[in-house]
Design a protein. Structure first.
Length: 215
């Protein structure tokens, strides 16, 4: 809760500073970028959006961006499973019901996790983990930055960057920093996943009731 509170405090400081800069210096046009696809999913499939925001996104994104941060063999396998998941998202047709689609994906990942434990010697994971431990500071900072920049695709279809987009994704970089911090302090993947889920739940707390009231 201490880290979560600090993260929220950093959000407020950033948005206050952004407002000051916006009024007195740049006059940003934030209306030119909108998360249209996300809001359409929220409107058309609210419970799918809840699942993605509160469960799937925290689990998969933290498995990619924080699992290599002072990893254990478990979190290293989690990283590989997340890569498999991302590959599966593009391979499984979207025509099927989303519950069936994600059930198939997560079931496949469980099988791959079991297979990696049986087919790859534990000594291999220990060697890789020991090597990654040496570069934890670089992995922490770069993981937070890349995590932020990946969210550019919430606003545009292809990668581009300008000052407005940078300001819009900067809170994600702040979040990525704190997700990494809590992973380092508590030495377990469950903590950044839970904190990420709590972060997304705050947004849902305000957006979901309004969206459902429109039906």
């Amino acid at each position: 809760m201490r880290n979560f509170t600090l993260m929220i405090a950093c959000y407020f400081i950033f948005f206050i500073a952004l407002r000051v800069i916006d009024v007195f210096v740049f006059n940003f046009d934030f209306n030119k970028y909108e998360q249209i696809e996300l809001f359409e999913t929220l409107k058309d499939h609210p419970w799918k959006f809840v699942f993605l925001a509160v469960i799937a996104a925290p689990l998969i994104e933290e498995s990619i961006f924080r699992s290599l941060l002072k990893p254990s063999p478990f979190s290293l396998k989690l990283f590989l499973c997340a890569i498999i998941y991302m590959t599966g998202v593009f391979m499984i047709p979207e025509q099927g019901h989303w519950i069936l689609r994600y059930s198939l994906l997560f079931g496949t990942i469980l099988l791959f996790y079991y297979a990696m434990g049986k087919l790859i010697p534990s000594e291999f994971y220990k060697i890789i983990c020991a090597w990654l431990h040496k570069y934890y500071l670089f992995i922490w900072i770069m993981g937070a930055i890349i995590f932020g920049f990946v969210h550019i695709f919430n606003y545009v279809d292809s990668f581009k960057i300008d000052l407005v987009l940078l300001m819009m994704i900067f809170p994600r970089i702040i979040a990525g920093f704190f997700f990494g911090k809590i992973k380092l302090e508590n030495k377990g993947m469950i903590w950044p996943i839970l904190m990420h889920s709590m972060n997304n739940s705050i947004v849902l707390f305000f957006l979901l009731p309004y969206t459902l009231s429109q039906y």
